[in-house]
Design a protein around this ligand. Structure first.
Ligand code: C2E
Ligand code: MG
Ligand code: MG
Ligand code: MG
Length: 278
């Protein structure tokens, strides 16, 4: 009887797995069509500098408006694109679009334009030979100075070293900034900060959520700002949603904050708007 119960359990699990991989494959096929028919667009979220509250930079985030499903989250389709290789083409489109956008803002707004656009780059893109040369060609084509671009990579993407880390050194040599995204949630190793040419650490939202309480998150958030200050790096706190969190982070010494409190990612942010003060 027990074996039969186990058998049923196993079969159900198999079926669920099967349905999931079918959905995964379908999404993968639809990504091709989406790229060809222009279903992607970019949105931009401010990263503000305290205490002025000025928009210092924007993070570029891709959106997929599916004709039937509606908005599909990048958390859902980026892993699929990484798996079927379309991330290379999608990532190239993302980079070109984001660089062109900031070049346009600079032309239109002058010194009111954000100083930098930060673009998420997946491990697969980064490790492909010629990635830095591709970035250089995009900068040349869009006329955006290299110092106006940052790439955001996860710790996990560079943890194993190899071509991904080589690419970061090449990008650094171009003058592009390097940010470690979701810091503290991946294959964290402080050794990375010695071997990878990092400029910015993006402190993950999970350390920001309860930063107002006297618990472990606040201790970690404080330790990370001390670490980045000591190393001469910049820290950005991600996922700031409340004025209380902003006040706590500012008290700890954070100068760069990003989150819904300052603006959701939108296609055309208003840089003149005065954000909520910390
Ligand atoms: P990420 O790079 O860590 O981006 C931050 C995510 O947190 C974004 O979700 C953003 O909309 C969300 N967020 C920002 N502030 C807040 C807040 O105050 N509260 C909450 N709850 N969320 C906030 P999004 O746009 O859904 O992107 C999810 C992830 O997908 C990104 O995480 C990034 O890893 C990936 N992604 C997005 N766009 C791209 C892209 O163009 N290329 C690549 N390779 N990955 C991308
Ligand atoms: Mg990011
Ligand atoms: Mg992030
Ligand atoms: Mg994150």
């Amino acid at each position: 009887h027990a074996a039969k119960v186990a058998g049923v359990t196993v079969r159900r699990w198999d079926q669920a797995l099967d349905e999931r991989s079918t959905a995964f494959a379908r999404l993968g096929a639809e990504l091709r069509t989406a790229l060809d028919s222009g279903q992607f667009h970019m949105v931009y979220q401010p990263i503000v500098e305290m205490p002025s509250g000025r928009v210092h930079a924007v993070e570029a985030l891709v959106r997929w408006q599916h004709p039937v499903r509606g908005m599909v989250s990048p958390a859902e389709f980026i892993p699929v694109a990484e798996q079927n290789g379309l991330i290379v083409e999608l990532g190239a489109w993302v980079l070109r679009t984001a660089c062109l956008r900031l070049a346009t803002w600079r032309a239109e707004l002058g010194t009111d334009a954000p100083a930098r656009v930060s673009v998420n780059v997946s491990a697969k893109q980064l490790a492909r030979p010629g990635f830095a040369a591709f970035v250089a060609s995009v900068l040349a084509a869009t006329g955006l100075p290299a110092s106006c671009l940052a790439v955001e990579v996860t710790e996990t993407a560079v943890f194993e070293g190899g071509p991904a880390v080589t690419a970061l050194h090449e990008l650094k040599a171009l003058g592009v900034r390097i940010a470690l995204d979701d810091f503290g949630t991946g294959h964290s190793s402080l050794g990375l900060l010695q071997t990878v040419p990092v400029d910015t650490i993006k402190v993950d939202k999970s350390f920001v959520d309860d930063v107002t309480a006297a618990g472990r998150q606040a201790v970690i958030a404080e330790t990370l700002i001390r670490l980045t200050d000591g190393l001469g790096l910049v820290a950005v706190a991600e996922g700031v949603e409340t004025a209380e969190q902003a006040a706590a982070l500012t008290r700890l010494g954070y100068r760069y904050l990003q989150g819904y409190l300052y603006g959701r990612p939108v296609a055309d942010p208003d840089f003149a708007r005065v954000p909520a003060a910390a």
